[in-house]
Design a protein around this ligand. Structure first.
Ligand SMILES: [Zn+2]
Length: 216
């Protein structure tokens, strides 16, 4: 994702109700049979009821040189669950816009919405992230992973308002049609949230001790 610093994504509602009707509603090409065959991740751990609140919005601030450990583990979860898919980007050199890719807190997963099998994989992943758990915690895995927002196929789902909104963009890649973007808050990025540590974590602030350099 590339957020312009002046865009104020948190405070500026993005209005396009018509577009909301598109996207993750049942795609024309995905049959019920295909959907049943699409796997969902296995957490490999029986969680207890306590769970994190949604990650606060913590926009990119640094130019980092490493991918955060929680992000790496999430990448492995994606590619091991959905064979044939790939991570297409994570850490990137800093530029003039705002992107958690520069912090090592973002990952782009190569699921193209235009391709039925990849679209099914992406939808299955989202259903897993946003499912209500056995304790009634909604959006449970999204919260336990410490995710901050997701962008896919012209839409963005952010922890700040917890709903899909239109993502203003132009072009296949900029509109995230050919990949799904995930940004983590610092707690999830550092693998401190309950998905990784099995203990509920309070939000984690910026790590000033790891600051590298600011862009010019
Ligand atoms: Zn991205």
């Amino acid at each position: 994702m590339r957020l312009q610093r002046s865009a104020a994504a948190v405070t500026t509602p993005l209005l396009c109700l018509l577009t909301l009707a598109v996207s993750l509603a049942a795609p024309a090409g995905a049959s019920t049979a295909r959907a049943r065959l699409t796997p969902t991740p296995r957490a490999g751990y029986q969680f207890s009821p306590p769970i994190e609140e949604f990650s606060p919005y913590q926009p990119e601030k640094f130019c980092r040189k490493t991918v955060e450990p929680g992000v790496k583990r999430f990448e492995r979860l994606l590619t091991s669950t959905y064979s044939g898919t790939a991570i297409v980007s994570d850490l990137r050199p800093c530029a003039s816009d705002t992107s958690e890719h520069y912090d090592g807190r973002a990952v782009d997963w190569g699921v193209d919405y235009r391709k039925p099998s990849q679209r099914a994989d992406g939808k299955a992943m989202l259903q897993w992230l946003f499912a209500t758990d056995a304790f009634g915690n909604r959006d449970a895995m999204f919260r336990r992973l410490g995710l901050m927002y997701i962008i896919w196929n012209h839409r963005i789902w952010g922890s700040w308002d917890q709903r899909w909104e239109h993502y203003s963009c132009k072009g296949v890649t900029a509109c995230h049609v050919d990949h799904m973007h995930f940004s983590f808050g610092w707690a999830g990025a550092e693998a401190k949230t309950s998905y990784f540590s099995h203990r509920v974590s309070a939000p984690v602030g910026y790590p000033p001790h790891r600051r590298t350099h600011r862009r010019h």
